[in-house]
Design a protein around this ligand. Structure first.
Ligand code: ZN
Length: 485
């Protein structure tokens, strides 16, 4: 019996089954015919290996926590697996391994914290290897590696100066010797702040015979709350191992003056509309809708932003500019006062600003204000190199002079600047004229002394006796081989 339908199915059945069988092979055929299409446009078939790089390649690893950072990128299929291991004396130590589920990330930043000693690694050479595979059909892989070594012996350091009589908000000088270690950085840590030290050989010929002797100028915070303030000499080696040596010191407490300041509408209306738009332009955001208004509430809020946020931004720029310090002593002897004028506002003054009977903001005075008649010549307090000479927010037109070894002076509210960055200036050279630019209500010079960015009282540096006893004689007696007191 031949049913027509059955015959039809028998006739057409074979090609259909064949087609069904061949269907999955179509991509293969397409791949053979148009390989570029696949590797270029279908991520799963891409053939480019991922990129990877270590953010830093530390030349040594130490006792404490060591951090490795790895940046991985894949253009096509995404990252499938990242592995990092250390190899030493034929042994392999796993530091990191991670697989990524779909959808696979195109970019991945990995931070690996590890302690070689806990992993059982030896104080010896080590190779750090990272490998990455992508999630493509081909599992494209890439590898990156670098050599390092492990250091377990701590450096050693000793303090050479025996007494440190310092004042709250004042400065000091410490000498120390690095006994052992491949030191990357050393200095003195006062509270949280590190003041970096320099080889004493940079101070003069008389120190050349002992390259291990170092010194650091440091500042004592003006606002630290009586003990415990920690001061320690530190030395850190290339593996991050740290030596600490206690330092004997006495801090003379200095009471900080409180200064209530009554803001007037005239002052705010003069300064806020000028400084506030500059602040918002600097941080790259739109000012609030009432930012430029003259209504008392807007003026008061604007003042707060300028006095707090803008002040913090300015301070950061000062610290950045001062990182560029000469590794030589450019200053000599006592610092001068920069202008003929008496102090009108002291260092460390705790300012409370009120407007219409209400406190609206606070700040702490980082310098000394010196009264000046308008456009008085401002002179370099000591010899040095100009590292900043432009307008700076609340400081107005500002000059920063680096005197070497982290010591610097700042001149604010200038009406004009007559020096440029890079200029070498001698003590008493004219650098500009006084004014009232920035957040100044009247013509005066705002003068600061900073040590590695940290403000200290200028009074010590104006004082011939203080400089002699705390700096010059200390250097001389250290050079002569005594402990320098
Ligand atoms: Zn001031």
């Amino acid at each position: 019996m031949h049913h027509p339908a059955l015959r039809r199915s028998l006739h057409g059945g074979l090609p259909l089954a064949l087609a069904v069988l061949l269907l999955p092979l179509l991509p293969l055929a397409a791949f053979i015919l148009f390989p570029d299409l696949f590797t270029k446009y279908i991520p799963f078939f891409e053939k480019s290996p991922p990129d990877l790089e270590f953010v830093q390649k530390p030349e040594a690893l130490g006792l404490g926590n060591n951090r490795l950072e790895l940046r991985v990128h894949d253009k096509g299929a995404g990252i499938d697996e990242i592995t990092v291991r250390a190899e030493q004396q034929g042994r392999s130590y796993d530091l990191f391994r991670q697989s990524f589920p779909r959808p696979k990330p195109l970019n991945q930043e990995v931070a690996i914290d590890f302690n070689p000693k806990e992993l059982g690694m030896r104080e010896d050479a080590v190779r750090i290897k990272a490998s990455v595979f992508d999630g493509s059909f081909w599992s494209n892989g890439a590898e990156e590696q670098f050599s390092s070594r492990i250091i377990y012996s701590r450096p050693r350091v000793e303090v050479l100066t025996s007494q440190h009589n310092v004042s709250q908000g004042g400065a000091g000088l410490v000498f120390y010797r690095i006994i052992s270690g491949e030191i990357r950085e050393s200095g003195i840590r006062v509270g949280e702040k590190e003041f970096i030290g320099f080889p004493a050989s940079l101070l003069g010929q008389e120190f050349k015979s002992d390259p291990a002797v170092h010194f650091a100028l440091f500042g004592v915070p003006k606002d630290f709350k009586s003990p415990p303030l920690k001061m320690q000499v530190f030395a850190r080696d290339i593996g991050g191992n740290e030596a600490l040596a206690p330092m004997y010191f006495r801090v003379r407490n200095v009471a900080l003056r409180s200064a209530p300041i009554k803001l007037t509408t005239e002052f705010l209306a003069d300064k806020v509309p000028e400084l506030l738009p500059k602040h918002f332009a600097e941080i790259g955001t739109q000012p609030p809708s009432n930012g430029n208004s003259s209504d008392p509430q807007a003026l008061s809020e604007g003042f707060k932003v300028i006095n707090e946020s803008q002040r913090a931004i300015n301070d950061k720029r000062i610290r950045t500019a001062l990182k560029d310090t000469a590794k030589e002593r450019l200053w000599e002897g006592t610092f001068n006062r920069a202008v003929m004028g008496s102090p009108t506002s002291s260092y460390g003054e705790q300012r409370s600003y009120s407007f219409n009977g209400r406190e609206i903001s606070r700040s702490s005075h980082d310098g000394i204000d010196l009264a000046a008649v308008a456009n008085t010549v401002v002179r370099a307090a000591n010899s040095g190199r100009v590292v900043f000479a432009e307008e700076l927010g609340i400081y107005g037109n500002t000059v920063l002079i680096d005197h070497g070894f982290g010591l610097s002076t700042l001149y604010g509210h200038l009406s004009s600047i007559t020096v440029a960055v890079g200029d070498r200036v001698a003590k008493d050279d004219q650098i500009g004229r006084s004014g009232m630019t920035g957040l100044a209500g009247g013509d005066h010079l705002h003068f600061e002394v900073r040590l590695q960015g940290e403000p200290v009282t200028p009074i010590e540096w104006w004082d011939t006796r203080w400089i002699r006893e705390h700096i010059d004689e200390r250097i001389l007696s250290m050079a002569a081989g005594s402990d320098g007191l």
